[in-house]
Design a protein around this ligand. Structure first.
Ligand SMILES: NC(=O)c1ccc[n+]([C@@H]2O[C@H](COP(=O)([O-])OP(=O)(O)OC[C@H]3O[C@@H](n4cnc5c(N)ncnc54)[C@H](OP(=O)(O)O)[C@@H]3O)[C@@H](O)[C@H]2O)c1
Length: 341
């Protein structure tokens, strides 16, 4: 029997990709929160551990005792920046307290714990960011993630804090990710408003999942070698090699889809507060938070070029000359200034 890997937040964009990829080396076990039991049964099959509220310490402790994982990748979070701004207590419970508690529980058992943090712990004024640059959070979500990083390492010095960039991909259970919404609008010939100065070292959720599984000791050889994780402790950046603004990302997608480049409409972060978005943001957005990920590259993390990752996500039948009938023109405009986490 392969070793057990516990993946929290396995119905999320990242967690679902880890759950899928992990099956090659691990016996993955996933948790979820608001997903219904029926959806979970359809999605998880054998890998279902069940619903859990990670904000409840008792439930979390009982889950660890029950699953007895060999390693844990913690992706569960409230990732909507504006929601966190509006409900800071809820954000604190899941984005700060839960990962700190989980790290301490893993520390007691001396098992690898990987926390999926974010490039948004930085304000964006001094990129590219290295692992030891001090966090400069500018909204509630980012502040709780930055505090969680500190709390985790205080509770368990061997924990790994994997800081991730913007993740591109399709979410499980029919949920609409940033990429999904953007591509759907472009394919309907609708404009999408995208930040011009929000620069990200974006990677696909699949590439990030592979990087995280490598950190956990799988993916280099046929079997899991958990000792691999001893090569890393503390913070590690898992950014992509290409640094693009959200606007440039939109342009790249339009070029691959063979659509009119004017469907990507650049906007400034400052403009976003000037009534240009249908729903103005509550949380401040970081500008250039590109990550210096050279340490991870030396360790073997090797995300493909962004264009190649996007081509995998945009099937050939969506591209020109595929024989597929064109969608009708529509004039409505999608206000979508940018990603969440
Ligand atoms: N997506 C990005 O672009 C990005 C970029 C950088 C870093 N990250 C980091 O990667 C991680 C995953 O992000 P994501 O985009 O995959 O998140 P996501 O799609 O929003 O998924 C969040 C997951 O957390 C679970 N969850 C929420 N509240 C919970 C609770 N109280 N107890 C237990 N589980 C709970 C959700 O379960 P239900 O769905 O069942 O409610 C879901 O499985 C986060 O730590 C995020 O900061 C993401």
């Amino acid at each position: 029997m392969p070793p057990k890997l516990l993946i929290t937040g396995a119905t999320g964009l990242l967690g679902s990709h880890i759950l899928k990829a992990a099956q090659e080396w691990w016996h993955p076990v996933g948790t979820y929160h608001r997903t219904t039991r029926r959806q979970a049964l359809r999605f998880f099959g054998e890998t279902d551990h069940g619903r859990i509220d990670l904000a409840d310490y008792g439930e979390t402790k009982a889950m660890i005792a029950d699953v007895q994982p060999a390693a844990v990748i913690h992706t569960a979070a409230i990732t909507n920046l504006d929601y966190c701004e509006k409900y800071p207590d809820e954000s604190q419970r899941i984005n700060l307290n839960a990962p700190t508690d989980l790290a301490a529980l893993c520390g007691d058992l001396d098992i690898p714990f990987i926390f999926t943090s974010t490039d948004l712990v930085f304000d964006g004024s001094d990129a590219p960011y290295k692992e030891d640059d001090p966090p400069t959070p500018i909204n509630v979500f980012a502040e709780h993630r930055a505090l969680a990083e500190e709390g985790i390492l205080a509770a368990y010095a061997d924990a790994v804090i994997a800081r991730l960039p913007l993740l591109i991909g399709y979410a499980a259970l029919g949920r609409e990710s940033f990429l999904y919404k953007m591509v759907a609008a472009f394919r309907r010939d609708q404009e999408v408003i995208l930040f011009g100065e929000a620069i990200r070292s974006a990677v696909s959720a699949a590439a990030a999942a592979r990087g995280l599984l490598q950190l956990a000791g799988s993916g280099f050889e046929d079997d899991v070698n958990i000792a691999e994780i001893d090569r890393v402790a503390g913070r590690l950046h898992l950014g992509g090699r290409d640094h693009v603004s959200l606007y440039e990302l939109g342009l790249l997608i339009l070029r691959i889809l063979g659509r009119n480049e004017q469907l990507a409409v650049p906007i400034s972060v400052l403009d976003s507060y000037a009534g240009l978005l249908d729903t103005p943001f509550l949380a401040a957005r970081s500008a250039n938070v590109t990550l210096d990920s050279s340490t991870a590259y030396e360790l073997g993390y090797d995300p493909p070029p962004l264009r190649a990752q996007l081509e995998e996500l945009l099937p050939p039948q969506w591209r020109p000359h595929s024989g597929e009938p064109e969608t009708e023109n529509a004039d409505s405009e999608e206000a979508n200034g940018g990603e969440d986490t």
